[in-house]
Design a protein around this ligand. Structure first.
Ligand SMILES: NC(=O)c1ccc[n+]([C@@H]2O[C@H](COP(=O)([O-])OP(=O)(O)OC[C@H]3O[C@@H](n4cnc5c(N)ncnc54)[C@H](O)[C@@H]3O)[C@@H](O)[C@H]2O)c1
Length: 376
């Protein structure tokens, strides 16, 4: 049986979704077993001429510039939403109302109220949902989860996380939709902080309370049409102290204006018997320290991912040859397909996404209240 796929948007994420839909069967068809074969039926972009060019390039049967037509098309079973943040809520709500499964990019929505509505609608309609928290599909990350859960570093006592990029570090970078509350919602917190929270949740479980501070480093930016400078309405950076429901402590630092950092998303996971360290800029490795063996020989070891870390072997039979960013999207896509087929609960779904939204909005609320502790 075939599953009709519609993708909205053909930018950075639109391309990763289109590639994932094209490749998921070839790469992961074996492990996916009984899932239906995705058929690339409709691609939506504006204007129509651009949609037609991109549909041809990505291998979609049809093109449209009308996203409402796409979500209501009876030939479409799953809708990929890869548009700017402000469109996630209306597009997801319409797709769910039409009974479609939804793969939506993060952050989930502009406001917590919108995210709550999306999760409630998906729950009520019984459709399968997935959010684009691709970094937690990395076999290196899932191995870190296995190590942590198996007691390899003892009791987990601290999560120290960071996410630094420099895509907004240049003060002369033109103003864009990312700086506008109405289109982007939160700034660095929504854009990249959400990824860090998805990792913290995956390793430590829910956040119980937090204290935060945040900052807009570049308060105005040149308008693209040269008519002056536009106000940056959301935050460039944030710092957070956390307490997890499991009793462990945590901290997070987040910046979209950190020169030299390209995708420095990572963490140190401290345990009573050792430590695990991960850095997305070296996404195919983990550092593991275990307090065992002769003291003179103790030290961090580097674990390179390979076929021993499923599903790496479905991409490449040789360890250390390295997966890439787009491969994470293929794994995410396969999880969604298995969810739709009822083989497992697709994760992270809109419920998991809502838990992430609660954390970033609590961070913003704490910072706005001058560092008040917020309980989740
Ligand atoms: N998962 C990740 O690691 C990751 C990385 C980058 C961006 N994102 C998220 O993905 C989303 C898109 O970001 P991007 O970097 O791909 O942006 P982008 O600007 O590269 O792409 C957005 C696309 O949506 C199209 N679009 C806008 N309005 C439309 C409409 N009404 N109908 C059809 N198409 C429309 C644009 O023309 C463009 O092609 C954002 O929510 C962002 O936060 C996620």
């Amino acid at each position: 049986m075939a599953l009709g796929i519609g993708v909205i948007g053909t930018g950075f994420m639109g391309k990763t979704h289109a590639l994932a839909w094209r490749n998921v069967k070839a790469v992961l068809g074996g492990v996916n077993g009984a899932v239906e074969t995705p058929e690339l039926r409709l691609l939506c972009e504006t204007p129509l001429a651009r949609a037609e060019v991109m549909a041809d390039q990505f291998g979609f049967a049809g093109a449209t510039d009308d996203w409402q037509a796409l979500v209501n098309d009876p030939a479409i079973d799953v809708v990929s939403i890869t548009t700017p943040n402000g469109l996630h809520h209306p597009m997801a709500m319409a797709a769910i109302a039409a009974g479609k499964h939804v793969w939506c990019e993060k952050p989930m929505a502009l406001t917590l109220a919108q995210a709550e509505e999306m999760a409630a609608a998906a729950r009520a309609r019984g459709v399968t949902t997935m959010l684009g928290y691709n970094y937690i599909s990395n076999p290196a990350f899932t191995h870190a989860q296995r190590l942590a859960q198996s007691g390899a570093i003892g009791r987990l006592v601290q999560f120290r996380g960071w996410v630094d990029e420099d895509y907004q570090a240049d003060p002369d970078l033109p103003w864009s939709w990312r700086a506008k509350l109405e289109d982007a919602g939160l700034g660095a917190l929504g854009d990249i902080g959400t990824h860090l929270v998805s990792m913290a949740h995956g390793l430590m479980g829910p956040v119980a309370s937090l204290i935060a501070d945040m900052q807009t480093i570049h308060e105005t930016r040149p308008l693209p049409d040269g008519t002056g400078r536009g106000v940056v309405e959301n935050e460039d950076a944030a710092s957070v102290i956390l307490r997890f429901a499991n009793g462990a402590q945590g901290s997070m630092v987040i910046s979209r204006s950190a020169w030299g950092r390209k995708s420095r998303l990572g963490f140190e996971l401290h345990g009573t018997k050792g430590m695990i360290v991960f850095d997305q800029e070296r996404m195919n490795e983990l550092q593991l320290y275990q307090n065992e063996g002769p003291k003179a020989e103790q030290g961090f070891k580097t674990i390179l991912t390979g076929p021993a870390h499923a599903p790496y072997g479905e991409f490449c039979p040789a360890p250390g040859h390295q997966l890439g960013f787009n491969d994470l999207k293929v794994i995410e896509c396969a999880r969604l397909l298995r969810g739709i087929a009822g083989l497992e609960q697709a994760q992270p779904d809109f419920e998991a996404g809502l838990r992430i939204e609660r954390v970033i909005h609590a961070i913003a609320a704490s910072a706005r209240a001058g560092g008040t502790r917020m309980t989740l």
